[in-house]
Design a protein around this ligand. Structure first.
Ligand SMILES: *[C@@H]1O[C@H](CO)[C@@H](O)[C@H](O)[C@H]1NC(C)=O
Ligand SMILES: *[C@@H]1O[C@H](CO)[C@@H](O)[C@H](O)[C@H]1NC(C)=O
Ligand SMILES: *[C@@H]1O[C@H](CO)[C@@H](O)[C@H](O)[C@H]1NC(C)=O
Ligand SMILES: *[C@@H]1O[C@H](CO)[C@@H](O)[C@H](O)[C@H]1NC(C)=O
Ligand SMILES: *[C@@H]1O[C@H](CO)[C@@H](O)[C@H](O)[C@H]1NC(C)=O
Ligand SMILES: *[C@@H]1O[C@H](CO)[C@@H](O)[C@H](O)[C@H]1NC(C)=O
Ligand SMILES: *[C@@H]1O[C@H](CO)[C@@H](O)[C@H](O)[C@H]1NC(C)=O
Ligand SMILES: *[C@@H]1O[C@H](CO)[C@@H](O)[C@H](O)[C@H]1NC(C)=O
Ligand SMILES: *[C@@H]1O[C@H](CO)[C@@H](O)[C@H](O)[C@H]1NC(C)=O
Length: 439
């Protein structure tokens, strides 16, 4: 009875669009069909009703609906909405170029899941030379909204198992893993409410984009195999992006929580929670020979960082054949850090470059106008009593770095130590050289 009623509603709704070809299992519902939209869960959302497109869902984890998805995106483009329904799974098994978007909404209430066919994805993807990144799909264009209570699932387990023991930044590594969500040439893209689960590699990467915002998102990556944990599943990375906002978001992954990369400006982070991460980092930048990189104008407020390697971190590369640049005008305010190895750290010898090479070829990335205000909690004690480590490269300028209301303790003993080497001017609190720490 109920099915018949819905079918009748569809018949009525679709009849007005008789000229529009609709693929099997799909429907296009005009915005005025409030009752149909309500039944589908698409009415009464945050945004006003729109022409809404539905597509068939997958029967199992290999039932690839990527052709239907692409069809649905095209039908919803220019003012409509693609609805991916609650309790339904949509499996993507082919790479998708979605860079033609203009005024579209995607309501993700179900699960959008990628296949874990490693051979296929390693032969078919979009490649970015920056840190040899690949992705399943790319989103671009303008005025794009993705919202709902559903899940974007990277199906990462097979990738975690296969990558086990390898290292992403190893120059010889050729085992590339896809990024879960990537924008390129996107202007005005927002993502709200969804969960991003088990990305094979970085969770989000924004390339050459403007005004990207995430609100109320949950990012999680876990492995069911103790000998192959997720790696490099960063929450947020960016390259050449102006305008990046992340608010009310929770992240539990084993790498950077939030880490804008070269040429990111106007960054806003508020109410972020990070568990088990490598921290909220600016960078790394200055990795590539001869290139100027910058990160500028960031305001980071009310962040909780638990059980991590780092809390608030600024990072740049040193060594032969690296670049140069600046990290400028960054504020970290109201940051709660617990059980974290390096609660506040300026690292200009990033990654596995050894100390001698960093000393021979010091970083040429400047750090200027940096505020750390109201930073409180505890370290893990791994770096003994050191809770803040600001060590500037001799080949760079670190100036106007101001600390205030710092209340960090170490389980390794007190008083906690704040290291400042090579920083120009007064940092606002008492500090010591790394030579005189107790470690
Ligand atoms: C998955 O569903 C597709 C489409 O119905 C079907 O052809 C295929 O045999 C199914 N595969 C498995 C493993 O059940
Ligand atoms: C767990 O990961 C290891 C390392 O990749 C692999 O050898 C092993 O087969 C995996 N175990 C399972 C149950 O997949
Ligand atoms: C993005 O824009 C740049 C510059 O206009 C262009 O070179 C590049 O091909 C575009 N990328 C895509 C995926 O359209
Ligand atoms: C700070 O962020 C947490 C989430 O991590 C949130 O619960 C809390 O309400 C926020 N505090 C303020 C003052 O907004
Ligand atoms: C944070 O991570 C720890 C493991 O390090 C875990 O035991 C704990 O449940 C997590 N906290 C929450 C609130 O998920
Ligand atoms: C960053 O911007 C500078 C200056 O516009 C440019 O020279 C450099 O190539 C950019 N860096 C990257 C990694 O794109
Ligand atoms: C510093 O960045 C903030 C955004 O966080 C911006 O409002 C302010 O204008 C910037 N200051 C300067 C001097 O550029
Ligand atoms: C770093 O600071 C030095 C000294 O002020 C300056 O000459 C250089 O141009 C700065 N580098 C960048 C990339 O801003
Ligand atoms: C630390 O001590 C060594 C050896 O005495 C010295 O060469 C170096 O300049 C000192 N470093 C700082 C930052 O004071």
């Amino acid at each position: 009875m109920k099915l018949l009623a819905i079918a009748a509603l569809f018949a009525g709704a679709v009849s007005g669009l008789a000229t529009s070809h609709v693929i099997p299992g799909a429907h296009i519902i005009p915005a005025k069909e409030t009752n149909v939209l309500r039944k589908l869960g698409a009415h009464g959302q945050k945004y006003p009703d729109r022409r809404t497109v539905t597509i068939r869902s997958s029967k199992n984890d290999t039932d690839d609906i990527s052709d239907d998805f692409l069809w649905g995106i095209k039908k919803a483009n220019h003012g409509g909405r693609l609805l991916l329904q609650k309790h339904k799974k949509y499996v993507i098994g082919k790479k998708l170029d979605l860079t033609f978007l203009d005024n579209i909404e995607v309501q993700l209430d179900g699960e959008l899941k990628f296949t874990d066919d490693i051979d296929y994805w390693q032969a078919n993807n979009f490649y970015y030379s920056f840190q040899k990144s690949i992705t399943f799909w790319r989103w671009g264009g303008k005025n794009i909204k993705i919202f709902g209570h559903g899940t974007l699932n990277g199906n990462g387990q097979a990738w975690y198992d296969a990558f086990s023991g390898a290292e992403i930044l190893d120059p010889d590594n050729t085992f590339y893993r896809p990024i879960l969500f990537l924008t390129e040439n996107a202007t005005g893209i927002s993502v709200e409410g969804i969960t991003q689960l088990n990305s094979p590699c970085w969770t989000n990467f924004f390339v050459q984009s403007k005004d990207v915002s995430f609100d109320n998102v949950f990012i999680n990556a876990y492995s069911t195999n103790i000998s192959s944990l997720p790696k490099n599943t960063d929450g947020f990375d960016s390259l050449n992006v102006d305008g990046l906002s992340v608010t009310n978001t929770r992240i539990d992954i084993g790498d950077d929580c939030f880490s804008p990369k070269p040429n990111t400006s106007n960054i806003f982070v508020q109410n972020l929670w990070c568990n088990n991460t490598h921290g909220v980092s600016m960078g790394s930048i200055g990795q590539y020979a001869g290139q100027l990189d910058y990160i500028e104008h960031a305001y980071i407020e009310n962040v909780t960082l638990l059980n991590g390697q780092n809390g608030a971190r600024l990072k740049a590369w040193a060594g032969q054949d690296v670049g140069y640049g600046r990290i400028n005008n960054i504020t970290y305010r109201n940051i709660h850090i617990e059980n974290t190895d390096a609660p506040v750290v300026l690292d200009q010898c990033y990654f596995n470059v050894d100390a001698e090479e960093c000393a021979a070829y010091p970083s040429a990335v400047n750090f200027t106008n940096i505020v750390f205000d109201n930073i409180y909690g505890t370290s893990s004690g791994k770096n003994k009593k050191v809770v803040v480590d600001l060590t500037c490269s001799p080949n760079a300028v670190c100036s106007n770095i101001k600390l205030s209301n710092i209340d960090l303790t170490s389980p390794a003993g007190s008083p906690p130590e704040i290291v400042c080497d090579g920083i120009q001017g007064d940092i606002g609190v008492d500090c010591i050289s790394s030579n005189s720490t107790s470690s």
